[in-house]
Design a protein around this ligand. Structure first.
Ligand code: SIN
Length: 508
């Protein structure tokens, strides 16, 4: 097939969630002409719009960026980068106020300040919410309106990333995309590329994220030679609703913040009777839910007393998901399961989105800036997406591009039946509880699928996660190995580089 060629005189942003659009807005404000590509109309198929809890930030007199940073560090189990976390938490209020100024209708308290909720592992209530559990969609709606009003931003909402394009010096100078109904390949050269491609939840059979997000941005960045950081660290949310829907609807942690309790089928507490027992770090709670289900006891979230009649207006999104499934959470406990929710690992990037490759930036869930470590603190993801997205937008506006792009490999897609097989194996063997035998079984399946269908990007993404999970012989944060249940004395990052930098190759 012949390839169209387009030259865009500005940055190319791949992905239209909160991180990508925040980057686009700031780059445009700094004078750049921005092209955003996304496979779906804005607001669809990005995790940001599905976020329920809200945005964590130090917004009250009882709180401070320092306390927020301390909680972020504690949750991250020894692998949180202090400087990136300082930047993130110190910009918390500014980011929330920026979004409010764009029109995000944050809930307010009686004095007109931001109303905040308590979520697990936060020392104080600090999650700014919107309409109870509607934060993600409301925030993104405001950001999308700002993008639409910005003349320097063009959006193609029928375009999927197929490969990154580098020049002879290894600099990223554009991307190959498949565009339109015939998915015709188009090489777009640009001054730089910002990847905001989201996470990898679609690689797992049980996920709370859009199934279309399958780690392809991560894989394509790795193929281009970018360093990948800590890919084994995947967060499993303990209270995905087990109502036979794929992806699984989320029952926000804020429900437990309001006092909803995790119980088994006999009504016994899963994590103990203390009031705050269910607000332990997410990995601990996810394992308790997983164990209760594996042993046949079942796992349920009981909000009948704590929320009761207030459910429809306090948590409208969860209420609607329950009612669609024929379950009234005012009358019955909700069946829950642990499901893939967030990828802490990703493309190594700094707080300005810079990766190890010139011309390539990464923001949001596809990036690993080190602020989540081995276990992300609840509601830090929207904060990171907007805060570091904006910083990347300012940084990328100054990029001037490189030389002519070199040809890039054309990767096959994985057929649907093979994808279903991969997703089932990822949840079974690389889920809440992992061991060497299961991970080896998974890697053997990935080998077989690759031999049969070619080197699909989704297979590479799955391989990066599974191989790093096999290599990490300890348990830490979201990564739990039943054959190595203790944390190693020293916390160390995993760094993966598939392609040696072109500069090194040329020097030989
Ligand atoms: C939730 O609302 O429980 C999810 C929030 C998050 O993942 O940060």
């Amino acid at each position: 097939m012949t390839m169209n060629r387009i030259r865009h005189d500005g940055p190319l942003v791949v992905g239209a969630g909160l991180a990508g659009l925040s980057a686009a807005l700031e780059a445009a404000k700094a004078g750049a002409k921005v092209l955003v590509i996304t496979p779906e109309p804005l607001l669809n198929a990005c995790s940001s719009a599905w976020a329920q809890g809200g945005m964590a930030a130090a917004l009250t007199p009882q709180d401070s960026p320092r306390r927020h940073a301390q909680d972020t560090q504690a949750a991250g189990a020894g692998l949180v980068e202090a400087e990136a976390t300082r930047i993130l938490t110190e910009h918390g209020r500014e980011t929330v106020e920026w979004l409010a100024a764009l029109g995000a209708p944050f809930d307010r308290d009686d004095q007109g300040g931001f109303a905040v909720s308590l979520e697990a592992a936060h020392a104080v209530p600090r999650v700014a919410r919107v309409g109870g559990d509607g934060a993600g969609r409301a925030i993104l709606t405001a950001v999308v309106a700002a993008v639409r009003a910005e003349k320097s931003i063009a959006v193609w909402d029928d375009a999927r990333l197929k490969a990154l394009a580098r020049d002879a010096h290894g600099r990223v100078v554009g991307a190959v995309i498949a565009r339109g109904a015939d998915a015709k390949p188009t090489l777009v050269t640009a001054t730089a590329v910002v990847l905001a491609t989201g996470g990898a939840g679609g690689l797992f059979a049980a996920t709370t994220t859009p199934a279309a997000l399958k780690g392809e941005g991560l894989a394509l960045a790795a193929l281009a030679g970018a360093e990948i950081l800590d890919p084994e660290f995947v967060q499993f949310h303990p209270t995905a609703l087990d109502v036979g829907v794929d992806p699984a609807p989320l029952a926000t942690e804020a429900l437990r913040g309001e006092g909803a309790r995790l119980i088994d089928g006999e009504g016994r507490f899963l994590l103990g009777a203390e009031d705050d027992a269910d607000l332990k770090p997410r990995d601990v709670v996810a394992r308790a839910v997983h164990a209760a289900r594996a042993s046949g006891r079942g796992a349920y979230l009981d909000a009948r007393t704590a929320v009761g009649e207030a459910f429809p207006h306090e948590f409208p999104a969860v209420f609607a998901a329950c009612m669609r499934a024929g379950l009234d959470p005012r009358l019955s406990p909700m069946p829950v399961m642990a499901a893939c929710h967030y990828h802490m690992g990703g493309i190594a990037a700094d707080a300005d989105g810079r990766t190890t490759l010139q011309g390539l930036y990464a923001v949001g869930e596809c990036a690993a800036t080190g602020v989540h470590g081995a276990n992300r603190l609840a509601s830090n993801s929207l904060l990171e997406a907007a805060t570091f997205g904006r910083r990347a937008g300012r940084a990328v506006a100054g990029e001037r591009g490189g030389d002519k792009p070199q040809p890039t490999p054309d990767l096959p897609d994985l057929p649907e039946t093979a994808m279903a097989e991969l997703r089932a194996a990822m949840t079974a063997h690389c889920g809440v509880v992992r061991d060497a035998q299961g991970l080896a079984t998974l890697l053997a399946l990935i080998d077989r699928l690759e031999a049969r269908h070619g080197p699909a990007a989704v297979l590479l993404a799955a391989r990066l996660i599974a191989q790093a999970a096999l290599d990490r012989r300890e348990s830490r944060g979201g990564h739990y190995r039943s054959d190595y249940p203790q944390a190693a004395a020293r916390a160390e990052h995993t760094r993966v580089r598939l392609v040696r930098p072109a500069e090194l190759e040329a020097a030989e």
